[in-house]
Write a protein that binds this ligand. Structure first.
Ligand code: SME
Length: 150
């Protein structure tokens, strides 16, 4: 992974002249395209005052899990833990919401705005155990950039 190059491209997307929604969509498309083991890339945000996440922009197969209660699944757990969550093998997780039999692993990184957990980036992979510290650092960078344009 050429993290430096990827971060530069993310910065270009963030600074371009499009709407927030277009930028989030471009980031999803870009990451899914550039990193071969990223098979689904999406953003979930807190749904108003409700204790649930709502799917925003994504790239990959449509999912029926457009609303996820806090505490449910990997995403819902990150909404309450405020911590990165790497799942090398989803079959080993009890509190997991499946988005299809092809998905083998997942990484979720929270997005903070004014120290509040307001959403997250979620990546599904069809590969077992593909995520490393590099993914975590890249995705933390993405989340910090995204927080600034919301
Ligand atoms: N697997 C997630 C649900 C969302 S999908 O991956 C798009 C979870 O367990 O929270």
């Amino acid at each position: 992974m050429n993290t430096h190059q990827l971060k530069e491209s993310i910065t270009v997307i963030i600074n371009n002249n499009s709407t927030v929604s277009e930028k989030l969509q471009s980031i999803c498309n870009f990451l899914k395209h550039e990193i071969e083991y990223y098979d689904w890339v999406g953003f979930y945000f807190k749904n108003g005052t409700k204790q649930e996440l709502k799917l925003a922009e994504f790239s990959g197969e449509p999912t029926e899990h457009t609303l996820i209660p806090f505490g449910k699944g990997i995403c819902g757990q990150v909404a309450v833990s405020n911590k990165n969550f790497i799942v090398p093998n989803v079959e080993a997780q009890d509190n997991y919401i499946s988005c299809g039999f092809k998905v083998k692993s997942e990484i979720v990184i929270p997005i903070f705005s004014n120290n509040k957990n307001i959403g997250q980036i979620d990546i599904d992979s069809h590969t077992i155990n593909p995520f490393s510290k590099e993914d975590e650092l890249l995705l933390e960078f993405v989340c910090e950039k995204v927080a600034k344009i919301l």
